[in-house]
Design a protein around this ligand. Structure first.
Ligand SMILES: [Zn+2]
Length: 465
C-alpha cells in the first residue's frame, strides 16, 4: 500500500486536473437539458477508468435512462468484492449571475474548487478513480475485487436504478457496497451516514362554496374555507412544533444506542442557526427533550410545502371558495410510510369546521432507510477514514431521502452499505457556487486507498449461489 500512497502524492496535481476536466462537462440530467453532455460525461469517465487500469469500463445504456458507467476489476480470486457507487450527472447550474466563476469552468479559490458537480458527485467518483489507479499503477493489483456503477440520472430521481440493478443482479453481487455521495458533519470530520428519513405527502383541498362571494355581504354566517384550512393545518402540530396526529409516534424506534451515538457528536447551536438561515431571535421547534440531531434524523417532522388561497396581489374583499395545501411528513425507523399516510389523511378529514368539504389526495410515499453501523465492514471503514483524515469517524443521519440507497439494499440484500461523502456544511451542493474542500478531497482519497485494503482483510467473501 505504501507505493500506492506515494503514487497518489506524486500524481496529485494530475488528479486535480482530471477532476476539473470532468467538471467542465455539463452533464445535467434534468429533462429540460440536452442529453448529449450526460453521455459525454459517461464516455469521459469510462475512458478515464480504462486509463486507470480497469479490465472493463463501459458506458451502459438502459431504456430511456441516461447512461451508466460500469467498470470491473476482478483479479483477486478468493478476496472479497466491493461494489462502489457514485453518479456522474449534475444538477442544473441555477442563476448564472450568482456564480462568482462560471458553473462549468472550475476554479480554485482559497483551497476550494468551485463548479457545478465538483462535490456532488464528481469528487465522490474521482476519489475512487484516483485511489484505484494508485493501487493499479503502483502495486500492479487491487487488494480485492472491485465493481463500479456510476449512475447518470441521480439528480433527476434515480428512476431506473432499481430495474437496472435487478437486470444485472448477478453481475453486481458483492460483499460490501460503498456509496460515495453523502455529507460530512463538518469539514475535516469523516462521516458515515447510517440513517435516512423517508417521505409521505398528502394534498388537501378545503372547499365551502361553489363560487367566491363578497365578504361584506356574506361574511359571518358563511364559513371561510381558508380559515377552516388554517384550523385543520394548525391542529396537525402542538405549540412546540411536535406532531399532533393520533398514533403517529407509536412505532418510532426507541433506539438508545443511536441516541448515545448522536449525543457524542459536536454541536454548535449558534452556527447551526446561521447555517439554517434562522433569523435573530427565532428558536428551535420540535419535541421537548430531543436534541437537534434527533429531530433532524431520527424523529418524524411535518412540513407544509405548499399552501394556496387568494394571493395578496389581486386580493379583493371576497370569501373565496376553497384553499389547498400539501402536507409532508418525514418518516423514520420503524414507521410504515403507508400507515403514516393513512393517519395523516384521517387527521385532515377528522373534524371539518362547519362541515366544509375536505378532499385529500395521497401523493409520494417513500420509506426510511437505516442500518446498524457495527461489524467488520464499519470497523474497517473507521480505520481507513481515520488513516486518511487523522480524525475519528462521526456516525450521522440524513434528514432527507436518498433514492439510490434502498434499491442497492434490496438487490444486494443483507450486504453492509457504507455511505460516505465529501459534502461539508458550506459546499452549497445543488446551489450556486457549489464547492469542494480540496484538503478533504485528498484525505478522502488517501482513506479510499486504505479502505480497499482494510475491507479486503476484514471481510470474508459470501458464498455465491
Ligand atoms: Zn449526489
Amino acid at each position: 500500500m505504501k507505493a500506492a500512497l506515494a503514487h497518489l502524492d506524486t500524481h496529485w496535481e494530475a488528479v486535480l486536473g482530471d477532476l476539473a476536466d470532468f467538471a467542465r462537462i455539463p452533464g445535467v440530467s434534468d429533462a429540460a437539458y440536452p442529453k448529449a453532455p450526460v453521455r459525454a460525461s459517461a464516455e469521459w469517465l469510462a475512458r478515464r477508468l480504462k486509463a486507470a487500469g480497469f479490465e472493463t469500463a463501459e458506458v451502459v445504456g438502459f431504456g430511456d435512462a441516461h447512461p451508466y458507467v460500469v467498470a470491473e476489476w476482478l483479479g483477486a480470486p478468493g478476496a472479497p468484492t466491493l461494489l462502489l457507487y457514485g453518479h456522474h450527472d449534475v444538477q442544473p447550474p441555477g442563476r448564472p449571475e450568482k456564480w462568482v466563476s462560471p458553473a462549468f469552468e472550475p476554479e480554485i479559490r482559497d483551497g476550494r474548487m468551485y463548479g457545478r458537480g465538483v462535490v456532488d458527485d464528481k469528487a465522490g467518483v474521482m476519489i475512487h478513480v484516483a485511489a484505484l489507479e494508485a493501487w493499479l499503477k503502483a502495486e500492479g493489483r487491487l487488494p480485492c475485487n472491485v465493481k463500479l456503477i456510476v449512475e447518470g440520472e441521480e439528480e433527476s430521481g434515480s428512476e431506473s436504478l432499481e430495474a437496472f440493478l435487478n437486470t444485472y443482479r448477478e453481475r453486481f453481487q458483492a460483499d460490501v457496497i460503498v456509496l460515495t455521495d453523502t455529507a460530512n458533519l463538518d469539514t475535516g470530520i469523516p462521516s458515515i451516514t447510517y440513517t435516512l428519513r423517508g417521505l409521505v405527502a398528502v394534498d388537501v383541498e378545503v372547499a365551502a362554496l361553489d363560487h367566491p362571494v363578497h365578504s361584506g355581504m356574506w361574511g359571518g354566517p358563511v364559513p371561510d374555507p381558508v380559515m377552516a384550512m388554517c384550523r385543520i393545518l394548525a391542529g396537525l402540530t402542538h405549540a412546540d412544533g411536535s406532531i399532533n396526529i393520533p398514533g403517529l409516534y407509536d412505532k418510532v424506534r426507541d433506539d438508545a444506542a443511536g441516541r448515545e451515538r448522536l449525543a457524542h457528536l459536536p454541536f454548535d447551536a449558534e452556527r447551526f442557526k446561521v447555517d439554517a438561515g434562522m433569523l435573530e431571535g427565532v428558536e428551535f421547534a420540535g419535541e421537548a427533550g430531543r436534541s437537534v440531531y434527533e429531530k433532524l434524523w431520527t424523529r418524524p417532522s411535518l412540513t407544509l410545502t405548499a399552501l394556496e388561497a387568494r394571493p395578496l396581489k389581486g386580493a379583493i374583499n371576497q370569501l373565496i371558495e376553497s384553499a389547498s395545501a400539501r402536507v409532508t411528513i418525514r418518516v423514520v425507523p420503524d414507521q410504515d410510510p403507508a400507515e403514516i399516510q393513512r393517519l395523516l389523511i384521517a387527521a385532515l378529514e377528522a373534524n371539518p369546521p362547519h362541515g366544509v368539504k375536505v378532499t385529500t389526495t395521497a401523493k409520494a410515499v417513500g420509506g426510511y432507510w437505516s442500518t446498524v453501523p457495527e461489524g467488520p465492514a464499519f470497523e474497517a471503514a473507521e480505520r481507513a477514514l481515520k488513516a486518511g483524515f487523522g480524525a475519528d469517524v462521526a456516525y450521522i443521519g440524513c434528514g432527507g431521502s436518498i433514492p439510490f440507497v434502498q434499491p442497492f439494499a434490496d438487490v444486494l440484500g443483507g450486504v453492509p452499505a457504507l455511505l460516505l461523502g465529501l459534502e461539508d456544511p458550506i459546499c452549497n451542493a445543488h446551489g450556486e457556487n457549489e464547492s469542494l474542500h480540496l484538503g478533504d478531497f485528498k484525505k478522502a482519497t488517501v482513506a479510499a486507498v486504505h479502505l480497499y485494503a482494510e475491507l479486503a482483510t476484514a471481510l470474508t467473501p459470501r458464498p455465491r449461489a
